[in-house]
Design a protein around this ligand. Structure first.
Ligand code: FDA
Length: 497
């Protein structure tokens, strides 16, 4: 409520925010979790909470009047459609050189992501988080994160026989014939549930194209894991459709947090102010970075250091499709949950997930999202005249990612006698180089913060999300975000509270 005083306020309910909420509540601290997206706990008139990728409706996008599908063309035709403006679950946030996809709602990115739960290879860890003790991470915090998230792996025997992973088996065959290491990738999807979907005994979710705009069953989003446990403590209050706009020192100690309440059209219906002894920034790499550069530049938190906004990367994301021969169909039924990848990180700087194209028809296409070792880093700055944060990323900075992805797919194409698809991202456009699903950095650990996420100029302010990670995790990022949050909150609870 307006004017309240709380011990801890957390901005954002994704991985970082959910870990902080659970561990603080377990330590006996009352927590107020503020989330600008919706609660996503109430079905629409069709009985479903989320819509699927084939029929995007008002629930699909955050405050857009037209969809902005990551794969925006099919057979050379644009597939985006008009939708009512609504506080939908997927934000396609446009900066000058890149569109950054993010989840909006209680659960953050866990509502919209593929659930691929990948722990980086240990030899890659020093480059991911150079100031963090790798032994502790691999002995304690990665296992804790994997357990808390409910990570599991597909039954290999079921994988071999099910129609819905025909596309993945084709991906494996092509990878192996070109000599690339093929790996199964763990996921937070309930694999038993998926087997029942395939058997026709439960309502379909992954097998009904549910992914980008939410899963109605099967996927263990944070709502079902960390946040469920956090709420069960009785110490966590959650305010959906509330957006934090300002954090500044309060005259009587602590921090004054200004919060706008939104309706489902995105209009501000009330402005509230709360005083918090401690504030955790967990608005995601983009959300936290945008807030912090604004607060530094506008004088709310002028003593934030000069690293704020820096070190932002796209995890090297780049997409492409390959056109298979007619004897290599990828299947009309495709599970929306990816389960495998091609690991050419050491030799070529690319880890490619074999991704679904759950269109419901046979496409003879293999589709891949590559994570690459792109060295480019961008910076958020505050544009006072425009009143908004900007990101310096340029589209041309994806070229190293394209080159690294080609280290895999040029070879496969030449071995198989196949070509790239040119109809998925435009007309005669091979590379999906305009976007990322994996924003990382902007308030980098041990630079913008101390080695545990403290914004040391302001005791009681912390960063605890993907903004801490300097731009690349070599694999999909949320397990690392979760594990780092587990490490940092343990230290903060032990020493600061
Ligand atoms: P996260 O973005 O999860 O949460 C931040 C929350 O803060 C959001 O809910 C946001 O609405 C809220 N917020 C922002 N500003 C606010 C403000 N001012 N006030 C209040 N609330 C605010 N990763 C992976 O490991 N495996 C995968 O398979 C995938 N797949 C994937 C697919 C797609 C389509 C996307 C978009 C992303 C993925 N990811 C992924 C990435 C993964 O989802 C992402 O890295 C994490 O969600 C980031 O976690 P954070 O805690 O940093 O922020």
């Amino acid at each position: 409520p307006d004017g309240a005083r709380v011990p801890v306020l957390i901005v954002g309910s994704g991985y970082g925010g959910s870990v902080a909420a659970l561990r603080l509540a377990q330590a006996g601290v009352d927590v107020h979790l503020v989330e600008m997206g919706m609660a996503w706990d109430t079905p629409g008139s069709d009985g479903k909470i989320f819509c699927n990728t084939r029929e995007p409706d008002y629930r699909s996008y955050w405050l857009r009047t037209r969809t902005k599908a990551p794969l925006n063309y099919f057979l050379g035709f644009p597939i985006d459609r008009d939708i009512p403006r609504h506080t939908g679950v997927l934000d396609a946030e446009e900066f000058a050189g890149i569109t950054v996809y993010q989840g909006r709602g209680v659960g953050g990115g866990s509502l919209v992501n593929g659930g691929m739960a990948v722990t980086p290879r240990r030899e890659n860890f020093p480059a991911i988080l150079p100031s963090v003790n790798a032994g502790e991470m691999y002995d304690v915090y990665y296992p804790r994160a994997n357990a808390g998230l409910g990570v599991g792996t597909i039954d290999p025997a079921w994988f071999e026989g099910t129609d819905c992973y025909q596309y993945a088996r084709v991906g494996r065959k092509h990878a192996q014939r070109s000599g690339f290491p093929f790996v199964f990738v763990p996921d937070v999807y309930d694999w038993d549930y998926m087997e029942q979907e395939a058997a026709g005994t439960v309502t379909k979710s992954a097998l009904a194209g549910e992914i980008l705009y939410g899963n109605n069953h099967g996927k263990k989003s944070l709502q079902k894991t960390y946040l469920a446990r956090a709420k069960a403590t009785g110490r966590v209050a959650v305010s959906p459709l509330h957006r934090v706009t300002t954090v500044a020192p309060a005259s009587g100690g602590g921090y004054r947090v200004v919060i706008e309440q939104l309706d489902t059209t995105g209009a501000v219906t009330a402005t509230k102010s709360v005083t918090a002894d401690r504030v955790f920034f967990a608005a995601g790499s983009v959300g936290t970075s945008k807030l912090l550069v604004k607060l530094k530049a506008t004088g709310a938190l002028p003593n934030l250091n000069g690293e704020i906004g820096k070190g932002w990367g796209d995890n090297g994301n780049v997409m492409c499709g390959r056109a298979n021969h007619l004897w290599d169909p990828t299947g009309s039924l495709q599970s929306a949950i990816p389960c495998c990848g091609i690991d050419n990180w050491a030799a070529g700087g690319a880890f490619a997930e074999v991704a679904p194209l759950p269109t419901g028809i046979e496409t003879f296409a293999s589709f891949y999202l590559s994570i690459t070792n792109n060295p480019n880093r961008a910076q958020f700055t505050w544009n006072a005249a425009a009143g908004k944060a900007e990101l310096s990323w340029q589209t041309a900075w994806k070229q190293p990612s394209i080159d690294m992805a080609k280290s895999i797919f040029d070879k496969i194409n030449s071995k198989e006698g196949t070509i790239y698809r040119t109809d998925l991202f435009g007309v005669y456009k091979v590379w999906g180089d305009h976007l990322t699903y994996h924003p990382l950095g902007g308030a980098v650990l041990n630079k913008a913060t101390d080695n545990y996420g403290r914004l040391t100029a302001y005791p009681g302010l912390y960063v605890i999300d993907g903004a801490l990670i300097p731009g690349n995790t070599s694999v999909n990022p949320f397990v690392t975000i979760t594990a780092l949050a587990e490490r940092n909150i343990e230290k903060i609870i032990a020493t600061d509270l």
